[in-house]
Design a binder for this molecule. Structure first.
Ligand code: CMC
Length: 382
């Protein structure tokens, strides 16, 4: 083995087959099990229908959806000790790290978990429900509120918003939250999904898989970009300062967050949808409106600078403005926590696909380039 055999960033490695998501990075096409992302959003589908599609490989009929939603709702009742753990963390903690604590706690409790074709999907559905209560409580804690379990309502999106904000969300807010949930459901095998797959390939449990995936999602080059992108708009602070800020970014050779993608070499189709929602929602928030104006000017400059290299806005570029307009505070990596709330479905669907049908321990090799064999000198003689 030589250094040339190393696949840096595993860029050209296919780690598994999938029936879940397909991406055409050159044409900017994203499909969930054969359904284009635009068709899914335009159909007005509920996030739960898409969760079902990922776990069961087909769209549910009304009865199947009802049964599925009951399993998810069962998960809303997260064990009290998990919520206690969240509430004991310093409220200034990172939101995704708090989600990790909660899932690690579930892994600790479910020590007898076994992968089983007959029960995997039920466990996944329930844990998708748990993620709703966990994320809502992480947010409540950051916002200085006490614990509160999510209760069932007409939708996963509505139940979440209601629990975070202690009020009835509007139809428009529910629609935007539902859309964000769908847009982030899955994206083939990015770093987080791969990290989770490595964990479950050892036949570790599903909660540990989610904990590993969360750890990888957190970084600014992956899910952390959801918050990093809007942070840079906040740093610019004024539409008039965009050009000067961008010039400085170029001088410092820094990256524009929310731009560029390992797979997409054109405009990310999810970014187009998020942009449309951001435009619709900014009337509800002066701050979000300001961010939107900054973002659109910066987008123009970014595309002019990087477009020829295939670097365009990715899904994280406009999502933060939607979250801000919905009233989520821009702090503690909460926007990446919202990414995770949605992505748990994709993670678990990939875990199930891998463990049930194509399982093999993931154990790559490294090319050794240290010293040749040499004499070990005892401490007293060094
Ligand atoms: N701003 C400026 N230059 C960039 C950017 C960017 N956002 N992204 C890539 N480049 C340049 C990079 O400097 C390099 O240039 P050169 O060839 O001259 O050295 C070239 O493009 C290739 O970059 P790379 O890092 O080798 O490419 P990659 O496939 O690893 O990049 C990426 C993917 C997402 C890590 C990168 O585009 C990036 O850092 N983007 C900013 C962070 C971000 O928005 N992440 C969210 C990704 S999408 C959602 C998700 O997965 O969570």
């Amino acid at each position: 083995m030589t250094e040339e055999t190393i696949s840096r960033g595993l860029e050209d490695v296919n780690i598994k087959w999938t029936k879940l998501t397909t991406i055409d990075g050159d044409k900017g096409i994203l499909m969930y099990a054969g359904y284009s992302i635009e068709d899914v959003i335009n159909s007005g589908a509920m996030a739960e229908e898409i969760q079902y599609l990922f776990l069961y490989g087909k769209l549910p009929n009304k009865k199947e959806l009802e049964e599925y939603r009951k399993k998810v709702e069962e998960g809303y009742n997260v064990p009290d000790f998990v919520l206690d753990l969240i509430m004991k963390l310093p409220p200034e903690s990172d939101a995704v790290a708090m989600q990790m604590v909660a899932f690690a706690a579930l892994a600790a409790k479910e020590k007898d978990f076994k992968w089983d074709k007959n029960t995997d999907r039920d466990v996944a559905a329930k844990s998708i429900g748990m993620m709703n209560t966990i994320t809502a409580n992480v947010f409540r804690h950051i916002m200085g509120k006490g614990p509160k379990k999510v209760e069932k309502s007409e939708s996963y999106a509505k139940s979440f918003l209601r629990t975070v904000f202690d009020r009835e969300p509007s139809r428009e807010e529910i629609d935007a939250m539902n859309t964000a949930l769908i847009l982030y459901t899955d994206h083939e095998v990015p770093a987080s999904t791969t990290a989770g797959l490595v964990a479950v390939s050892t036949l570790s449990d599903i909660y540990s898989g989610v904990t590993s995936a969360l750890a990888a999602l957190k970084g600014p080059l992956h899910g952390g970009a959801a918050e990093a992108a809007i942070m840079q708009f906040a740093e610019i602070g004024d539409e008039k300062k965009v050009d000067e800020w961008f010039e400085n970014l170029l001088k410092q050779n820094k990256r524009l967050m929310g731009f560029g993608h390992r797979v997409y070499k054109t405009y990310d189709p999810r970014a187009k949808i998020f942009k449309k929602y951001a435009e619709k929602l900014i009337k509800n928030s002066k701050e979000a409106e300001k961010m939107y104006k900054i973002a659109t000017r910066l987008e123009e400059l970014g595309i002019k600078q990087y477009g020829s290299k295939g670097i365009y806005p990715n899904t994280d570029y406009y999502s933060g403005i939607v979250y801000m307009a919905l009233g989520f505070p821009l702090k503690n990596n909460m926007y990446t926590g919202l990414f995770a709330l949605s992505r748990i479905t994709g993670w678990e669907a990939h875990f199930i696909e891998y463990v049930e049908e194509q399982h093999r321990l993931i154990r790559p090799r490294a090319v050794y380039k240290g010293p040749e064999r040499r004499e070990f000198v005892p401490l007293e003689k060094r």
